[in-house]
Write a protein that binds this ligand. Structure first.
Ligand code: OAD
Length: 237
């Protein structure tokens, strides 16, 4: 399955597109590219630190919680998320691939050492310097994927494998406009999966969905999950 910012909307975290979207308020080029970090490291670091604080203050909602129950329901189940907020894991999901990285960690631009964000934020400097095993002194940056960067190693491969293998592909809370993530919907559809979309709005990928629930994820996902569990229990006799 594939999730996007919309599944965290009911936890109080904003989405990227649409009238109130984050990218309508700030320029991607000022905050979400490697060049932006190179030009204005302090501003970019502070902006992500503030986003991290908001994400920490948010709690998983009924949509995140429902998806925890999908683990074990389908053999090839994998929760592929574009979200960097860690709310799926905080709800209890374990089979998660974070296509766009995570804000729960920072990493050194120089040696690649990884530091939990809550620790990075106690270190001096904006951004702080790497003080890991190598103590190389490079800047720490959020461990997220910026525009123009590669996805984390192996993430897309795992996501494609799961999209090709599953009977059902659930897409929730994404506008389906950012590639390669959105391409997973096409991969699943071509491989013969039943594609289900949960989104109050029509999206770029709605045409690929066999079933559409035009509702918030926090309402549709718990109901859908109950229905699947009931169906599974019935089919097991
Ligand atoms: P978008 O902001 O593009 O889309 C959010 C989608 O969520 C929209 O289609 C909304 O209609 C839908 N939505 C809003 N509230 C919802 C709710 N309660 N339940 C279900 N759906 C709801 O966010 P993404 O598709 O996640 O990348 O954006 C993809 C990527 O673009 C992000 O990962 C980020 C951004 O640039 C990077 O930063 C690399």
């Amino acid at each position: 399955m594939l999730t996007g910012a919309g599944v965290s909307a009911e936890s109080g975290l904003g989405t990227f597109r649409g009238a109130d979207g984050l990218w309508n308020r700030v320029n991607v080029e000022d905050y979400a590219t490697p060049e932006a970090f190179h030009r204005r490291p302090a501003e970019v670091w502070r902006w992500y630190a503030e986003r991290w604080r908001r994400m920490q203050a948010a709690a998983p909602n009924a949509g995140h919680q429902a998806l925890v129950r999908w683990e074990g329901l389908f053999p090839s189940y994998l929760l592929v998320t574009q979200n960097i907020d860690g709310l799926h894991q905080r709800a209890g999901s374990r089979a998660v691939v974070e296509l766009h990285g995570t804000l729960r960690r920072a990493r050194c631009v120089s040696c690649g050492a990884s530091v939990e964000m809550h620790i990075a934020l106690t270190l001096p400097g904006e951004p702080p310097r790497c003080s890991g095993g190598e103590a190389c002194g490079g800047f720490l940056r959020p461990d997220v994927v910026w525009f123009g960067e590669m996805l984390p190693a192996g993430a897309m491969e795992r996501a494609v494998e799961s999209a090709e293998a599953g009977d059902v592909f659930l897409v929730a809370g994404t506008s389906g406009t950012v590639f390669p993530a959105a391409g997973l919907i096409e991969v699943a559809r071509r491989a013969g999966a039943l594609v289900i979309e949960v989104n109050p709005e029509e999206t770029a990928m709605s045409g690929l969905a066999h079933l559409r629930f035009a509702e918030p994820a926090g309402a549709a996902l718990p109901r859908l999950t109950e229905e699947i569990l009931e169906w599974r229990n019935r089919s097991r006799g």
